[in-house]
Design a protein around this ligand. Structure first.
Ligand code: NI
Ligand code: MN
Length: 227
């Protein structure tokens, strides 16, 4: 079964793994790069890496409309339940088998407060195994040496890596991450949405291929890639 990955700008992706639709960090409203609006997107499951507004985004509205189940850390799970939304609690290091496949929460070095400042638990990344493919979404994070463990334990078909700098890894550190992870394919994210995270993604893609020998695809918002 094909696994199709669509970029929606910033850190927002959807994965179609027939018949399942998985949405990651659904930030559409106020996302200047978004190709669609929150009231159009479909989802059975929504993965939320942390509680910052550009990741939690439209989670509650989309989950209410689609009846999707939110997969996140325990603190964001509690918030979702209070809003009357289906949710599944997890935490860092834990994996669970869902109808579409397996999700494991990895560490991420970042913050995770809700937009109102309340505590959102620890931020995370995701290892998603679905339709025979393994995808690592690093989410918002600094470079960390334990990415080597992820690269050693999983044969990654794709790594979604932030390159924006300022709030997360920049291109230089993302190239180190590629070395640690040795995925089949790199897809950059979390850049060009706001002024402080402007980057030349094509230049990063060229360096990724030339210096690390790993193909890197720059997806435009709305663009889909079969993994
Ligand atoms: Ni963040
Ligand atoms: Mn962010």
């Amino acid at each position: 079964m094909p696994v199709n990955l669509t970029y929606h700008g910033h850190a927002t992706f959807s994965i179609e793994s027939d018949p399942h639709k998985i949405l990651i960090d659904p930030f559409f409203t106020d996302n200047p790069l978004a190709d669609i609006s929150a009231d159009k997107v479909e989802a059975d499951f929504i993965l939320v890496s942390h509680a910052h507004g550009d990741h939690l985004g439209d989670t509650i509205a989309i989950a209410k409309r689609t009846n999707a189940t939110v997969i996140s850390n325990f603190e964001i799970y509690n918030y979702c339940v209070r809003q009357g939304v289906n949710a599944h609690p997890m935490h860092i290091g834990g994996g669970f088998d869902f109808p579409f496949g397996r999700v494991k929460l990895t560490i991420a070095h970042h913050g995770s407060s809700f937009p109102d400042g309340s505590y959102g638990g620890s931020p995370c990344g995701f290892i998603i195994q679905t339709g025979g493919k393994t995808i690592y979404d690093a989410a918002d994070t600094a470079l960390f040496y334990d990415m080597k463990l992820i690269g050693d334990h999983f044969a990654l078909d794709a790594a979604l890596l932030p390159i924006g700098d300022n709030f997360t890894m920049g291109p230089e550190d993302a190239l180190h991450a590629v070395e640690f992870l040795h995925p089949k394919l790199v897809i950059p994210m979390h850049y060009n949405t706001f002024d402080p995270i402007k980057q030349d993604a094509d230049a990063f893609a060229t360096r990724c291929k030339d210096e690390k020998g790993v193909p890197c695809i720059v997806l435009k918002p709305g663009e889909t890639r079969e993994l």
